[in-house]
Design a binder for this molecule. Sequence first.
Ligand SMILES: C[S@@+](CC[C@H](N)C(=O)[O-])C[C@H]1O[C@@H](n2cnc3c(N)ncnc32)[C@H](O)[C@@H]1O
Length: 267
Amino acid sequence: MDEISQYNSPGYTTFKMKLKKLIGIDLSSYKDQIHRRTHELMNRWGCKSYDDYYDILQKDEHKLREFLDHLTINVSEFFRNDSQWWKMRDKLIPELIQKRGTKRLKLWSAGCATGEEPYSLAILSTVCGLDQMNPVLAADIDQGAIAIAQKGIYKKTQLINAPKEYLAKYFTTTDGGNTYSVNPEIKRRVTFKRMNMIEDSFGSGFDLILCRNVVIYFTAETKAKLYKKFFDALAPGGYFLVGSTEQIFGYQQIGFESAGPFLYTKK
Ligand SMILES: C[S@@+](CC[C@H](N)C(=O)[O-])C[C@H]1O[C@@H](n2cnc3c(N)ncnc32)[C@H](O)[C@@H]1O
């Protein structure tokens, strides 16, 4: 194996350090699949060393964007794994409203990508009658993804799980019915924020946090730290939902209790 293809090579270590300064993301927190992705791009641009690739990233905004896209993998859709959403709508949110004695809840889509998840939450917040102006926080490390999210324009294929009545009520169609724009009253319910969840501190008092299909790219150590931060950010009685291929190993040690598949609660 040559120097360039090794995960622990000095060249890669230096590359990671320089990149952390450039974009504020520490690749050491991500699994080695990110290393493979870096290589795919290096091969694409004929780079023989990490230094060559770093020079390109530093000078060429488009290639830096491409690198970030590979790193952040923004794939998402409205009401992804839909049974979880109907459980939030029919059980968790109504229960929280009752427990708290208020229609004001703090909801957070952590790793919100291009907005499908926080807008889905915003729709449920309306359907469930939450009455505050902006109940949903949406955070992602990728400013480019957030910019797309803020536009709130989607292809029909991203909305296959959305019930017809939601499409009619919360979206406006253009382009002969192929493009859907999120209506302003739903957009207003979401506050977008750039955040590196590994480095930045979280707020507190959240009633429901979704962190789905994000930590799958992180090392076990980084995951453990993040889960502790999410636990601390939750209000007692709040829920934490992970992706439908994920589970928190040792959740009891953190303080979580299981509340069903992919769902945890803080008593
Ligand atoms: C596959 S998307 C998940 C989108 C959505 N949660 C879902 O399940 O459909 C993963 C998102 O995690 C974000 N992400 C990766 N590392 C992050 C970090 N350190 N802090 C915040 N967001 C991060 C990426 O930018 C990307 O938008």
